[in-house]
Ligand binder design. Structure first.
Ligand SMILES: [Zn+2]
Ligand SMILES: [Zn+2]
Length: 710
């Protein structure tokens, strides 16, 4: 049985950084730009990074996200959505060139393809003699640090609960839902709701998030239907080949390329007149890329799964692998898929330089091109371009842009957000203008729908702060849940167990049943020299404590002082004080040790003190002599002074509440109030109360003459 209790007053307390309910979201990259995706979420003391990519328009360190804006050692968790370099290629750097010590998660297929993708990226970078941000060795080592998860698999790491949904876009792409203390944050990464030849569209999470961080690549644009784009694409290629031209498709080695290869394979199969034109998939990793795709067919859609029965759908008949430009026999019309996708360097750039001056040739750019890249530049229809050699030449090849990049368009994103209806939206992964247009359009739509959703479009390093107040809930379980009545304002006490942000209240005996904890006792032992006979110690203890008993155990004497506190006799004038440790018995043990040490120093004190420690008697003697210098009256109140000092010798610091005329003693969490005049003790803990009573009784007995009856 379990009950949900709402803790009144929870979640209001101020904390570090302007309150514990403050959530801070900072893009370190992809803030009003496309590239180097990296976002940091801070909430309730947890720091989570989403994605760790490079900017494809830059090289070397400037391509990295603004890591210096955070302390990497404070990042608990890094979740990588997919293998595209603008989301993953800064990971080896972040792992080994910063003091990041957290955990990294991605899906199985993302991890497998990340390895190939980044090897290709490092190779292209090296060939271009750019400043390397990581090498093959870093990449290999990063594989050991990456942990994997499946879609929908719930993981709890670093006190944060999270799981992922299929994002469409590319194989293995995930949207991450993170739950921190009941607040749910969805990070879409790159996503597409549209099903294609091999991937399902992005899922709509069944649990609505409070905040969504969503890509805004296409702003308010709406894509042509997929079949129209496919028609345009295949026709442009066929036309160029038939006029005797060569067709260059600059692509990433993996991802959307596989979709395009499936499309061309199918088109070639149904158009025999094209069979004389070869299609090349140029990548030194071509074979391995294809085998990874074959491995993860189970993560793809039914269309491709159904094809498996007729043979491996990625084992192409009309497409040949090409390891590099040296193997390429450039003799006539052909189609070449070559990386990198933005024509920065590498094979795609070499072929572009070779073919760009011939008007029969065609460049078909099949995906989104970030600002600052050559691919983006040629889309502006420049008359001339600069080759890698530095030579400026006329651009004559035809340039086409038909997007298959599988990013959601405005229609998909506005539907997606409207359905999930979060309280806040943070836009990332979009150029400033596209993002701004999307923000306005979304605001208009939500206003018309009567929804109050706040939308943010932060720049890099600009922090979005928002308050999220969450009621704290405690789950009462087991015997305690059976015992309590659910009434408003009822006080409930039990053992509170916290795991991450979950709280459970239970009876101590249920601890092992409902948690992985078990109760234990700390038995403390201290060996103390004693100068007086052991049995005389019993009287000494009985003068301070009320329940002192002498027992014989295995032929040895044991003085039981309080429940759980015992003094065991030892040879050679030694005694062992033994107690089951808790705040109260610890205090009792301290006072026993103090008494024993005084006896050790002055064994004769026993007769004189009548149970009152020697130090106290000395102070009594001192105080008795003090007189008010003006009135000549004695200032001394021996009873009050003694009680104050004895309490202090037993319990530590004694506060004096002069308005109430009371002493206040704190033992652990237990507070006791002692009225100075009546000696009435108010305390919730019986043990402490009885100990104080006995101590006061002994002092009073010691101070006043004993009535001998004569
Ligand atoms: Zn992507
Ligand atoms: Zn991206």
């Amino acid at each position: 049985m379990a009950e949900q209790l709402k803790v009144v007053g929870g979640g209001e307390r101020g904390g570090e950084g302007g309150g514990e309910n403050l959530m801070e979201i900072t893009p370190l990259g992809a803030g009003q730009e496309v590239g180097r995706s990296c976002l940091v979420l801070k909430y309730k003391g947890k720091n989570i990074m989403f994605d760790c990519g490079v900017h494809p328009a830059y090289s070397g360190l400037v391509a990295l996200p603004y890591f210096d804006n955070v302390d990497p050692s404070e990042i608990d968790l890094l979740l990588v959505t997919h293998f595209h370099i603008d989301h993953s290629a800064a990971l080896p750097y972040f792992l080994f060139k910063t003091n990041f010590k957290g955990r990294v998660f991605m899906t199985h297929s993302t991890k497998a393809i990340y390895r190939l993708m980044l090897a290709d990226f490092a190779r292209v970078g090296k060939a271009a003699t750019e400043e390397q941000i990581f090498d093959e060795n870093d990449l290999q080592r990063s594989m050991e640090r990456i942990e994997v998860l499946d879609y929908h698999q719930e993981v709890e790491a670093c006190g944060v609960r999270f799981w992922s949904y299929a994002a469409g876009h590319v194989l293995g792409a995930a949207m991450f839902m993170v739950d921190i203390a009941g607040v749910k944050f969805l990070y879409t990464g790159d996503y597409s709701r549209e099903e294609d030849r091999h991937l399902k569209g992005a899922e709509i999470p069944s649990i609505p998030p409070d905040i969504i961080c969503v890509e805004s690549t296409y702003g308010v644009q709406t894509h042509l239907p997929l079949y129209e784009r496919e028609k345009l694409y295949t026709e442009v290629i066929a036309r160029s080949l038939q006029r005797g031209g060569r067709v260059l498709c600059p692509v990433f080695a993996l991802g959307r390329t596989q979709e395009l290869l499936l499309l061309l394979e199918e088109y070639w199969a149904s158009n025999p007149e094209l069979h004389r034109y070869p299609i090349y998939y140029a990548s030194p990793l071509a074979k391995r890329c294809m085998s990874v795709y074959q491995t993860y067919i189970n993560q793809m859609n039914d269309k491709i799964k159904n094809k498996v029965a007729q043979g491996n759908p990625f084992d192409f008949k009309y497409i040949q692998n090409l390891a590099g430009i040296s193997d390429f026999d450039d003799t006539g019309p052909c189609v070449v898929f070559a990386s990198p996708g933005m024509l920065q360097s590498g094979l795609s750039r070499q072929l572009f330089d070779r073919w760009c001056q011939n008007s029969k040739n065609a460049l078909v750019i099949p995906g989104y091109c970030p600002e600052g890249t050559l691919a983006k530049h040629v889309l502006t229809e420049p008359k001339e371009v600069q080759l890698l050699s530095g030579q400026v030449v006329p651009l004559k090849m035809s340039v086409h842009y038909i997007s298959f990049s599988a990013h959601a368009d405005y229609t998909q994103t506005s539907e997606f957000l409207s359905t999930l209806n979060p309280a806040k939206i943070v836009l990332v992964h979009g150029e400033a203008n596209e993002m701004g247009r999307m923000k306005s359009a979304l605001q208009r739509r939500f206003e018309n729908e009567g929804k109050s959703i706040e939308i943010f479009n932060p720049k890099n390093c600009q922090t979005v702060s928002m308050e999220f107040k969450v009621d704290k809930h405690v789950r009462a379980v087991g015997k305690l849940a059976d015992r309590i009545e659910m009434k408003k304002g009822q006080e409930v006490s039990g053992l509170l167990v916290q795991k991450g942000f979950k709280h459970t209240l239970l009876e101590p005996e249920d601890l092992q049943t409902y948690t992985q904890l078990s109760a234990g006792t700390v038995l403390q032992k201290q060996t103390i020299p004693v100068q007086i006979p052991f049995l005389a110690l019993k009287d000494q203890m009985a003068s301070i404590f009320s329940k002192v008993k002498l027992e014989q155990r295995k032929g040895k004497e044991v003085i039981c002082i309080e429940p759980g506190v015992e003094l065991h006799s030892q040879e050679d004038s030694m005694a062992v004080l033994q107690w089951k440790s808790d705040p109260i018995t610890d205090t009792i043990a301290d006072s026993i040790v103090a008494v024993l040490m005084q006896l050790q120093m002055k064994p004769g004190v026993k007769k004189a003190s009548n149970g009152v420690p020697y130090r106290v008697m000395k102070s009594l003697a001192r105080d008795q002599g003090e007189v008010d210098t003006k009135t000549g009256e004695k200032l001394f109140n021996p009873e009050a002074t003694l009680i104050d000092e004895v309490l202090e010798s037993i319990f530590g610091k004694v506060e004096v509440d002069s308005s109430q005329k009371a002493w206040i003693v704190n033992v652990g969490d237990v507070r006791a109030t002692i009225d100075m005049q009546t000696h009435r003790v108010d305390c919730k803990d019986e043990r402490v109360e009885s100990q104080i009573r006995v101590a006061i009784k002994r002092i009073v007995q010691a101070l006043y003459p004993i009535d001998c009856g004569c």
